[in-house]
Design a protein around this ligand. Structure first.
Ligand SMILES: Cc1cc2nc3c(=O)[nH]c(=O)nc-3n(C[C@H](O)[C@H](O)[C@H](O)COP(=O)(O)OP(=O)(O)OC[C@H]3O[C@@H](n4cnc5c(N)ncnc54)[C@H](O)[C@@H]3O)c2cc1C
Length: 375
């Protein structure tokens, strides 16, 4: 069967792209190795932080503004609340990378924000207990997106716009032809004009330029029963990131499932092939999360309620890869999101659709070029 576009990998990025492409009238085939949604990739675990004060680089902010707009559009289309604005906290030493980077994004893009002391943060949001000298940047637009629900929303919109989505059918190989691409899956062969590769932690298996450069890193999320529940409720506890010694913590109010949610960026720094990631949380995972909990959120230090393993796909500079494959204009690569991509899934669908249909996007994707990773 012949399509205009095949999208391989229906996590956040692929499902969003499948919708945007189908909505533009493209005949889309979406292929997913596992289920839609699934717990094997990077897009599960109930919620993901979204924030404007982007400490990683100020140039993400225009994309974020568009991401917020599209999230609101998706919510309206599916009649479901996906984005919860809680306000956000970026806290730690004043001279640390997080506070400095967050303030830089606020300065460059004139974002509304406040800088408060540890004492003042605790007065306003008593769930947070920072060391005395730390400061917090408060940015009112931050919040979280319900991640599995968002993938479901994108997939539903894609189907509604006529896309053909097939789960449990992995791409096995692809090649270019005189008219586009030929994709072989576990079940058959398909032809299309263009191919989007959005296979997350598996991307290096399909894109030689990313083999060994897009690295899977095991992460573990934990949900904990607060000892003082009111301090971690939606409305009382803003999402946030805290730089605390060697830990970069990220945390969410109770919502969707029981417990306050906490993660440690990069967790135990365990990298491997995507298929070799140990999917079972263990005692060392729990001990690391509890160390962070006790240090900064002692009132949430109750029994563990849930833990989940998830995977980052990192490239060396921590930015994304969203680009047309050099020398192969039929193929768009859109995946390694280095542990902070989910919030952009809405706008990335639009950017990927631009690249597929026009070879370029009106959004600035300069930071995400593939050739920056060349040796
Ligand atoms: C613990 C954790 C916390 C995070 N926190 C945040 C956060 O707070 N905010 C934020 O913005 N981001 C966050 N991120 C990052 C964000 O979740 C990811 O950047 C995003 O989910 C990546 O989406 P993706 O579609 O690229 O990958 P995935 O969701 O992994 O999608 C890739 C899909 O491709 C499929 N696939 C693989 N091989 C094949 C094949 N051969 N054929 C067909 N399909 C295939 C996979 O099964 C998978 O479903 C976090 C990530 C993790 C793991």
């Amino acid at each position: 069967m012949t399509y205009d576009v095949i999208v391989a990998g229906l996590g956040a990025m692929g499902a969003s792209a499948a919708w945007q492409l189908a909505a533009r009238g493209e005949r889309v085939l979406g292929l997913e190795r596992f289920d839609v949604p699934n717990t094997m990739g990077s897009s599960h675990g109930v919620s993901r932080i979204i924030r404007l004060a982007y400490f990683e680089h100020p140039s993400y902010v225009p994309l974020l503004r568009r991401a917020y707009e599209i999230w609101r559009d998706v919510e309206a289309r599916v009649a479901e609340k996906l984005l919860f604005v809680t306000g956000g906290v970026d806290a730690g030493p004043e001279t640390g990378r997080l506070v400095r980077g967050s303030l830089e994004a606020c300065r460059v893009h004139d974002l509304p924000h406040e800088v408060v002391s540890a004492v003042e943060l605790e007065r306003r949001h008593p769930g947070y207990r920072l060391p005395g000298g730390d400061v917090a940047v408060l940015q009112p637009d931050a919040g979280f997106v319900m991640c599995e629900r968002a993938v479901v929303a994108f997939a539903g919109l894609a189907l509604g716009a006529g896309a053909d989505l097939r789960a449990r059918e992995p791409l096995v190989a692809w090649e270019t032809t005189s008219s586009g691409v030929r994709v072989t899956t576990s079940k058959g062969t398909y032809e299309a004009g263009r191919l989007v590769l959005s296979t997350g932690a598996w991307i290096g298996e399909h894109v030689p330029a990313l083999a060994g450069k897009a690295v899977a890193e095991r992460q573990v999320l934990g949900w904990f029963q607060p000892k003082v529940p009111a301090r971690f409720a939606l409305g009382a506890f803003p999402v946030g990131i805290v730089e605390h010694g060697d830990l970069l913590l990220y945390q969410f109010p109770v919502h969707g499932v029981p417990g306050m949610k906490l993660g440690v960026y990069n967790h135990l720094r365990e990298t491997s092939a995507a298929d070799a990631v140990d999917r079972e949380p263990n005692a060392a995972d729990e001990a690391l999360l509890r160390r962070g909990l006790r240090a900064v959120f002692p009132d949430a230090d109750g029994p563990t309620l849930a833990m989940k393993v998830c995977t980052f796909t990192n490239v060396s500079d921590g930015h994304f890869v969203v680009d047309v494959l050099p020398d192969t204009p039929e193929v768009v690569v859109a995946s390694p999101c280095s542990g902070h991509g989910f919030k952009f899934a809405s706008v990335m669908g639009e950017a990927i659709a631009d690249l597929v249909t026009g070879g370029r996007s009106r959004l600035d994707l300069g930071l995400f070029r593939l050739d920056r990773l060349a040796p």
